[in-house]
Write a protein that binds this ligand. Sequence first.
Ligand code: NAD
Length: 457
Amino acid sequence: MTDRYASFVQSAAGRALVKRLGLPDPPRLRRHQPGDPLLRGPALLGAATGGRLTEPIVKILTAAGVELRDTGTAGPQDRFGALVYDATGITDSTELRQLYDFFHPQARAVLPSGRVIVLGTPPRECATPREATAQRALEGLVRSIGKEFGRGTTAQLVYVSGDAADDPAHSAGTITSLESTIRFLLSGRSAYVSGQVIRVGGGAASVPADWDLPLDGQVVLVTGAARGIGAALAKVLARDGAKVVALDIPAAGDALAAVANDIGGTAVQLDLTAPDAPTRLAEHLASRHGRVDVVVHNAGITRDKTLGRMDADRWDQVIDVNLSSQERINDVLLERELIPAGGRIISVSSIAGIAGNRGQTNYATSKAGVIGLVDSLAPALRERGISVNAVAPGFIETRLTARIPLVVREAGRRMNSLAQGGLPVDVAETIGWLAWPASGAVSGNVVRVCGQSLLGA
Ligand code: NAD
């Protein structure tokens, strides 16, 4: 589905009209192409006094080929691809002024599709209530910058646990834990992710030999892969080096085969709600690959009706496909130890699961349940070295959203900081990052891919 309004505002006539009438102005977003540099311009780096992450971040950015500037050397005419600020040194609300001093002069210095990243300490790990208060305050700054800077700029807060550095005398642990997240957030892969709080902990992460093939050799299962977000996922994961096992219902067999052939993957026709689906899937993965490194639970359905008009079938089907089938499959794959240490479980939730939605009690219940699954399973699987995360898409341009009536659809598209719907590839790139072996320190997160939607914010 195309967003005709977004195309129109890129034309000369469209630009003039948008300016004159003050209409929404969706920018053209920078999206990742293999071989692209992480940023279109230098990164300006700042740090509060006593920040603990400055050294690791300099190393990460330098290794990624990012040109670095600091406030001492930057001139008033300079423009930046990113502003990166280490706020871990802030231990009291009176020290928040350092954020103003860094960001205020740069508010107009960020290039289109620029990036703002603030690094903090998780409030529950802070030594004093005052430090925890000040660290929590960072969220308000970051979310507001996401709404203010415009022109496709995104802003995120990354809370980096002390556990991310396994040896406190050595910053190498922090660098390895943090590197994949910094690379993802700076790159065009995170085009539609904004206003997020991401937590990086102490799980094991391994750096790839080639950052253009971050999933090299990984066996990845994608459910619901015949079309929409799942088809985009299969493509992105295969591009990044994965062997993709694409699964969908038998009725979607032709489309599924086309997706699998296109990427050199394999196709599995299976209805996830069939009683024997988990064992059949486990047997397929065991006999073909001996394991599955990454499980992406993407298959999902909607059966919308207001609660009073909803029959029990609509309720049951949605809960079963979107939530219970994920639990049954996880149980069998984990019990048979088919997901090895370093494995990943990634589920697709929705902002409807965060905000609720009229006419979607069944869907929102299932998608909130997916968040519960992440909350409960991530700590339980930490010992086994398996990470569990979810993405929560907002308005994504697919067949699912094409069915929404025009006026509601147009409102859904524009009610976010980027004034446009996301593309399936935006969800796929975010899941890709969570799947990388380099992202082992990211677990228990629910990352919204919603352009900082106003819903559930
Ligand atoms: P889609 O309808 O285009 O694709 C879903 C796929 O899942 C289909 O190919 C379908 O055949 C498959 N599927 C359904 N039931 C299945 C079953 N029982 N067994 C196996 N496969 C089954 O939807 P989409 O827009 O690509 O959505 C993908 C995921 O993203 C879903 O979980 C959806 O809830 C979620 N999501 C989408 C949006 C959006 O804006 N499109 C927003 C939030 C969340």
